[in-house]
Unconditional design. Sequence first.
Length: 273
Amino acid sequence: MTAISGDTLEGVSATTLWTLHFRATEAKRSDGVIRDPWAVALYDSISYDYLKFGRPNQSHALRAATFDREMQQYLEAHPNASVVALAEGLQTSFWRLRAEGCADNVTWYSIDLPPVMALREQLLPRDDRIVPLAQSALDYSWMDRVDQTHGVFITAEGLLMYLDPADALGLIRECASRFPGGRMMFDNIPPFFSRKTLKGMRLSDRYHTPPMPFAMTPDEAVALADSIPGVRSARDVKYPPGRGEFKLFQRRTFDRGVLSRYRPSVTLLEFDR
């Protein structure tokens, strides 16, 4: 790969480099929680001041592994399904799932803003199963492109927290309406973390995180099944075990109630048929 600058990405789009930094650094560890050779290749091929994102940890790798697990289970039951990766950034989920043998017949819709899609085009291999769409997830015209014949699994990994609450919930409502029988998976930050970003949270002396105005506790996310038409069920999906302090979130005391309000969460929705 030819080294290129990551400085073409700004604002929220640049957070995909934050995610890449954490995920690739974890993948390089012998005891890492994820194996992701394409993330490592991207990381090493993009010239960027990654250290401004601070010391890397397991969080983004554990999140990616959580999404992989649920997608793999779905694709094993629906091998010809469509996967819609909203605001995909520099995620490399397709190649991890392909390595597991469950993406041979999938149609993968990769959606993000034009600068991000330009980087993907330069650095990742072309594949006939991938349909690149350079647009915002909130431009609902992407929905007209998706083949629903064999099932649809929509991911919004690292997206909703950056949206205004009305837009985030509106996106969920529209997906539930347009993709009956489908699934949608997204991650949430806790409310206290959202408030910190709105005040201006620093990862280093060179980087403030963008504001993250949308937050939900695990209980609030599960309650979407009762508040959004077309959502048949909502499940809180647990992260796989991590190392050290990341093992804490595996404790049952964090499942529900007061302590659960302080952990990040992942939610899987199933839509009515």
